[in-house]
Design a protein around this ligand. Structure first.
Ligand code: MN
Length: 433
C-alpha cells in the first residue's frame, strides 16, 4: 500500500506551523563496526517520521515560505547496487516519496548556502549530528559574507527536533496501528520465551528464542539490546552479556522488545526458571505487580505524568516495609530516599519510533498531563542485592514488570496485556509444557 501521503501531510503540517525559514533535518550515517563492516543501518527517527525514507546519507530541507519540501539523497549507482542493493536515486526518491525537489547529497554543501539566503530562521538541531554541524556553520558563514550584495542571513537558530518531538509524542492512526503490532509481536516473543525457559541452559538461548519470534513476524531487529538476566544478573539494570548459566530456583528477568516498521516495543517480565516462585520471590513479585497494575490504573487524560510513578513508589515502599526490608513510614522513605537502594529508576518513558521516545516530560517546570495519543511504558521494579542487613532469602531477587500503555481516543489500552504477569498465569504457562 502506498502510504507516502502520510509523510507529505506531516511535512505540510510542520510547514504550516512554522514561521518563515529553512528546516534542515539530516538522517544518520552508516557506522563502521570494525574494518569495513558496518552496523545494521538505522535511520534517524525524526527524519523518517517526516519522509518515510530509509536510506543513509540523506537530508530533508523544508522551505517554509515557498512551502517546498526538498530531499538530498544518494545518487543511483549501478556498481554499488550490485553489491549493496537498490537505491532510489535522486529522481526515484523524489517521485516515490513525493518531494517537490531533490538533489544529490554531494551537492548539499553548496546548495544549502543558496537555500539559506534571506532566510530569517534556521530550524536545525545543533549537536545532534556533528558531521552536518560543520557544514551548516560553514554555510551560515558564507551567507553572512554576502551582506554587501544585499543578502541577509539567518539570525535565529531554532532546535527543530524539539518541535518534531511534540508532533511525534502524539501518535496518529498510522502510528497506533504500527505500534500496536510492534507490541503484539514483542509480547508473542515473551510468551514463547516463557514456554521455552525449562529447556534453556544459558541466558543467550532465551535471547535466541526471542529474536526468532521477532524475525518470524517480520520484525527484523530488537528495538534495543535484549536483557536476559538470571539470578544475581537480574539486579544489574542494563545487563546485556546474557551468557550466564540458568539455574533452577533462580528468577529470569527478560526486558526485550522488537522494532517493527520503525516502531519500538518494550516489555519486561520476570519469572521463575523452574516454573514455581519461591516464597520470598513471590512476596517481592506481588509488590512489583501491584505497583505495575495500580500505576497503569492511574493513567488518564488530564492526569500529570508523575502521578502513576508516585503511586508505584508508594506501593513499593509500603510492600518493603511490610516485609521488614525498610524501616520507618512511607513518607520517611520518600524523604530520605532510603528506598532507592531497591528501586533506583523511574516509572517509565514515552514510547514510539525511539524506545526512549522524544517529548519533554515537564512544561515550564511542571509535569505535563497525559493526553490522547500519548504512549508510555510503566515499569516498576525491585532489585535486592546481597547485603548483610537483609535476610539472605531475598538476595539476588531482581524483578521488573513493564507494559506499554496507549492513551487512545476510546480509552487506555495496555498493548502488552497478552503477556501473562499474574503469578498463577505465569506458573501455569511455564509448567504446562
Ligand atoms: Mn522501558
Amino acid at each position: 500500500m502506498d502510504n507516502k501521503h502520510i509523510y507529505v501531510d506531516r511535512r505540510n503540517n510542520l510547514i504550516n506551523t512554522l514561521d518563515d525559514g529553512l528546516v534542515i533535518i539530516p538522517t544518520t550515517q552508516e557506522i563502521i563496526r570494525n574494518q569495513d563492516s558496518v552496523y545494521q543501518y538505522r535511520f534517524d527517527s525524526s527524519f523518517y517520521y517526516l519522509t518515510g525514507f530509509d536510506e543513509p546519507d540523506a537530508v530533508l530541507v523544508l522551505d517554509i515560505k515557498n512551502k517546498k519540501s526538498i530531499l538530498f539523497c544518494r545518487e543511483k549507482n549501478p556498481e554499488r547496487e550490485i553489491w549493496d542493493g537498490f537505491r532510489h536515486g535522486v529522481l526515484g526518491a523524489k517521485s516515490a516519496f513525493k518531494f517537490d525537489e531533490s538533489y544529490s547529497i554531494v551537492e548539499f554543501p553548496q546548495k544549502i548556502v543558496s537555500l539559506m539566503e534571506n532566510m530569517p530562521t534556521l530550524y536545525y538541531t545543533l549537536g545532534h549530528m556533528p558531521k552536518y554541524d560543520g557544514m551548516i556553520i560553514e554555510a551560515l558563514s558564507n551567507v553572512r559574507n554576502m551582506i554587501r550584495r544585499g543578502v541577509s542571513s539567518p539570525h535565529n537558530i531554532i532546535d527543530i527536533n524539539r518541535i518534531v518531538a511534540e508532533m511525534r509524542l502524539f501518535k496518529d492512526a498510522h502510528d497506533i496501528e504500527l505500534i500496536s503490532k510492534t507490541c503484539e509481536i514483542s509480547g508473542f516473543a515473551h510468551i514463547e520465551a516463557m514456554k521455552f525457559i525449562k529447556n534453556a541452559k544459558y541466558e543467550y538461548e532465551v535471547e535466541a528464542k526471542i529474536l526468532e519470534v521477532f524475525y518470524k513476524h517480520g520484525a527484523r531487529y530488537p528495538s534495543y539490546t535484549p536483557i536476559v538476566a538470571s539470578g544475581a544478573n537480574s539486579c544489574v539494570l542494563h545487563y546485556v552479556a546474557n551468557n550466564s548459566e540458568i539455574r533452577s530456583g533462580d528468577l529470569l528477568l527478560v526486558d526485550a522488545g522488537c522494532e517493527y516498521k520503525g516502531f519500538a516495543g518494550d516489555i519486561t517480565r520476570t519469572y521463575p526458571v523452574n516454573g514455581k516462585f519461591t516464597k520470598p520471590q513471590q512476596a517481592i513479585y506481588e509488590i512489583v505487580l501491584e505497583a505495575n497494575k495500580k500505576a497503569i490504573e492511574k493513567i488518564k487524560v488530564g492526569v500529570a505524568w508523575n502521578e502513576p510513578g508516585d503511586c508505584a513508589t508508594q506501593i513499593l515502599i509500603r510492600g518493603l516495609i511490610d516485609l521488614g526490608l525498610l524501616k520507618g513510614s512511607v513518607e520517611d522513605n520518600i524523604a530520605n530516599n532510603n528506598y532507592k537502594q531497591f528501586y533506583m529508576h523511574g516509572i517509565g518513558h514515552w514510547l514510539g519510533l525511539d524506545v526512549h521516545d522524544v517529548g519533554v516530560y515537564k512544561i515550564n517546570g511542571k509535569w505535563r498531563n497525559f493526553k490522547t495519543g500519548m504512549c508510555t511504558t510503566i515499569e516498576p521494579g525491585l532489585y535486592i542485592r546481597p547485603d548483610n542487613k537483609i535476610p539472605e532469602e531475598y538476595w539476588n531477587i531482581g524483578i521488573r514488570i513493564e507494559d506499554d500503555i496507549l492513551l487512545s481516543s476510546s480509552g487506555i489500552v495496555n498493548m502488552t496485556s497478552h503477556v501473562p504477569k499474574e503469578v498463577k498465569d505465569i506458573e501455569t504457562l511455564i509448567c504446562q509444557v
